[in-house]
Every structure is written in structure tokens, then in C-alpha cells.
Ligand binder design. Structure first.
Ligand SMILES: O=c1ccn([C@@H]2O[C@H](COP(=O)(O)O)[C@@H](O)[C@H]2O)c(=O)[nH]1
Length: 231
């Protein structure tokens, strides 16, 4: 029987490409997706995507650039990464429906993912930046607006995923960072839950970074996570 592959995007937040490639090679057999974020992309550009995809054995690439600008600029940025054919590209939902629509229009072959409320923010932080109401309300509101504008996937915390699931059309991919296996350090994440809870509440894809990449053996850690989540 083949080893289970978990619905997990491993955040390859490495300071250099060699480390990211080593992680991608180790976790690739056990997860569906590898995530290239700002740190890696700003240092290594398009090569970060092609190298990590190849090292992972051709897994889906989640390009987490969290674009946030006027619609024309975001459309241009999306076109600039189109040749990489990422499975997912993130934009900030708070950029507004026109901005989300511009990204979706520019990248028809990619799932444009709207990031609702960063999982590192607690309720106090939200009040401080003037976002009224609980994170849950804001996440649902931003998710609905974004899907109407053309986003085919949503990032929210696992604490909000059940409410977002109930509010968006079937077929919308729900992605949750802020996932921490029991006992793992939360670090800078505030709105967290376990992988089991996130999946039970309706997440399609879990984003997990440091609990895997910070392990002595990221490959073994990813295999253990995949085994623990296998039906
Ligand atoms: O709300 C968000 C959106 C994106 N992220 C990204 O996910 C990973 C999480 O990494 P961990 O090491 O598991 O904390 C990271 O790349 C973030 O940029 C997020 O955490 N929250």
C-alpha cells in the first residue's frame, strides 16, 4: 500500500534556496502542496518556485505573495507570475473586490486565494487597527465578498473555518494556516487549532510550516502527520 499524502501545504519559509529545496525533497512524498512565500520569493524569484516544485516531486505550488495594491498593479503582478502556473496565489481580501477580481481575471488557470484576517492577529490587535467586531465576523464578511469577486479559495484561521464554510458556495477551497499539532509551539500565531480540528471543521488544505520544517527530520515529521490524518 502507498504511503498517505496529507492535504497539507508545507510553508518553505527558509532563508536560502538550498534549505527550501532540501525541505521540499523531504516532505514532498507526504504532502499535497509546497508553499513558497515572501522570504523565498523575494530572494530567489521564479527559480524558488521551479526548484521547489521539482524537489517536491511535482507537488502543487502555493505561491503566497499576499498581493495588496490597486487593481491594475495587482493584475500586472499576477500576470508576472502566470508562467509559473502556481496552483494557488494569495491576495489580501481587504484590498477589496475589484482588486480580487483583477487578480482572478489575470490568472484564470490559478486558484486566486483571498486572505481574510491574518492568523497572527488576536482580537486586541484587530481593535487596535480599527477592524471592528470579532475576527470571525470579519473573516466571513471578507470571504463572501472575495468569492463573489472571483476568488476560488479562502485563507482563514481554523477557528473561523466552520463559519466560512457555511457562508461560501460549495467548491470554494478553504485553507487554514495557524495549524499546530498538539503540543507544538504557537510562536507568532494567535488563532490556532490542531490539524484534526481544522479538517473536522471543513478545511480542505492545512498550511503547516515550522512544526515540520523545524523538526530534526522534516520528512519523518511530515510522514507522521500524514499518517495521523489518514482516514
Ligand atoms: O493568515 C495567514 C496567512 C498566511 N500565513 C502563512 O502560513 C505560514 C504559516 O507558517 P507556520 O510556521 O506554520 O506558522 C507562513 O508562511 C505564513 O506566512 C499565516 O501564517 N497566516
Amino acid at each position: 500500500m502507498s504511503a498517505p499524502v496529507a492535504p497539507v501545504a508545507v510553508a518553505l519559509d527558509a532563508p536560502d534556496l538550498a534549505t527550501a529545496v532540501r525541505w521540499a525533497r523531504a516532505v514532498g512524498p507526504h504532502v499535497s502542496t509546497v508553499k513558497v512565500g515572501l522570504e523565498l520569493f523575494l530572494r530567489h524569484g521564479h527559480e524558488a518556485v521551479t526548484a521547489c516544485r521539482e524537489a517536491s516531486g511535482g507537488r502543487a505550488v502555493f505561491l503566497d505573495l499576499k498581493l495588496h495594491d490597486i487593481p491594475n498593479t495587482v493584475a500586472g503582478a499576477a500576470r508576472a507570475v502566470a508562467e509559473l502556473e502556481p496552483a494557488y496565489l494569495t491576495v489580501h481580501a481587504s484590498g477589496g473586490p475589484a482588486m480580487v477580481a483583477a487578480a482572478a481575471g489575470a490568472l484564470p488557470r490559478t486558484r486566486v486565494v483571498a486572505v481574510t484576517v491574518l492568523t497572527s492577529l488576536g482580537e486586541d490587535d484587530l481593535a487596535r487597527v480599527g477592524l471592528a467586531g470579532p475576527a470571525l465576523d470579519a473573516a466571513v464578511r471578507l470571504a463572501v465578498l472575495s468569492v463573489r469577486a472571483g476568488a476560488r479559495a479562502i485563507v482563514c484561521s481554523p477557528r473561523e473555518v466552520a463559519a466560512v464554510r457555511a457562508a461560501v458556495p460549495a467548491g470554494t477551497t478553504l485553507i487554514t494556516p495557524g495549524v499546530r499539532p498538539a503540543g507544538a509551539a504557537a510562536g507568532d500565531q494567535q488563532r490556532v487549532a490542531t490539524p484534526e480540528q481544522a479538517l473536522a471543521d471543513g478545511a480542505d488544505l492545512l498550511v503547516v510550516g515550522r512544526p515540520l520544517t523545524g523538526a530534526d527530520d522534516p520528512g519523518a515529521a511530515a510522514a507522521a502527520l500524514a499518517a495521523s490524518l489518514a482516514p
